[in-house]
Design a protein around this ligand. Structure first.
Ligand code: PGA
Length: 250
């Protein structure tokens, strides 16, 4: 049985004092869950979030990293740096990074490899635009993004990768894919992984849904056959709301 993994993606939100307050509240609200809880915070909050997470069941992730370990890359942060402060997860290839910061399938693949080099667990985002969906290309797009992201990884590494299926038209829009559509897309991703890495890998890999996940729709989404939790943006900013998503099965 795959576990459920629920990750909050704060994006470019929260000052350190707000992050500390949030963690204090969330720790109490999710202490009894059996689901995995991750908070992906901006770089400037990570240290505080890590301190607050000590002794709790909350894991900590970053939202991006560079694929090189160090060097003349002004403004960038490497996987080695994240590992050194105790970060465990890193989001790679979020659609906002693909859209606004020239992230490509190639850089996504390099970053995933660099993440594994530093024993960070990648949360890799794939998803189609509305246009692609309307043209009937959604399945091809997500299968191809998945294939290119994972290219050259070992079976063990693929098993240790979390994939987040995030249809771009559902992010921050209040539009959620129906649980049936989201589950079908996730099955496509799982089939792609099976065709390359085999059934044992496909059965184990965690695939989340992301895009306007809220406490109101979490249960319906997460109880489907193939959705293994969620990557939550807007609704992860409030500890009460986020805890209801984590505790969807209580
Ligand atoms: P949203 O964002 O929950 O605000 O739609 C999800 C994401 O971008 O990871």
């Amino acid at each position: 049985m795959r576990r459920k993994v629920i990750a909050g993606n704060w994006k470019m939100n929260k000052l350190p004092n707000e992050a500390i307050e949030f963690m204090d509240s969330l720790a109490k609200l999710v202490k009894d869950t059996n689901n995995e809880v991750i908070i992906c915070a901006p770089y400037t909050d990570l240290f505080y979030v890590l301190l607050q997470a000590q002794g709790t069941n909350i894991k900590v992730g970053a939202q991006n990293m560079h694929f090189e370990d160090n060097g003349a890359y002004t403004g960038e942060v490497s996987g080695e740096m994240l590992k050194a402060i105790g970060v465990e997860y890193v989001i790679i290839g979020h659609s906002e990074r693909r859209q606004y910061f020239n992230e490509t399938d190639e850089t996504v693949n390099k970053k995933i490899k660099a993440a594994f080099k530093h024993e960070l667990k990648p949360i890799v985002c794939v998803g189609e635009t509305l246009e692609q969906r309307e043209e009937g290309l959604a399945n091809d797009i997500i299968r191809n993004q998945t294939k290119l992201a994972l290219e050259g990884l070992s079976k063990e590494e693929v098993k240790g990768t979390i994939i987040a299926y995030e249809p771009i038209w559902a992010i921050g829009t209040g539009k959620t894919a129906t649980s049936e559509d989201a589950n079908n897309s996730i099955k496509e991703i799982r089939n792609e992984i099976e065709s390359i890495y085999g059934k044992d890998v496909a059965d184990e890999v965690i695939i989340q849904y992301g895009g306007s996940v809220k406490s109101k729709n979490a249960k319906e989404l997460f109880e489907t056959s193939d959705i293994d939790g969620g990557l939550v943006g807007g609704a992860s900013l409030d500890p009460e709301e986020f805890s209801k998503i984590v505790n969807y099965d209580k």
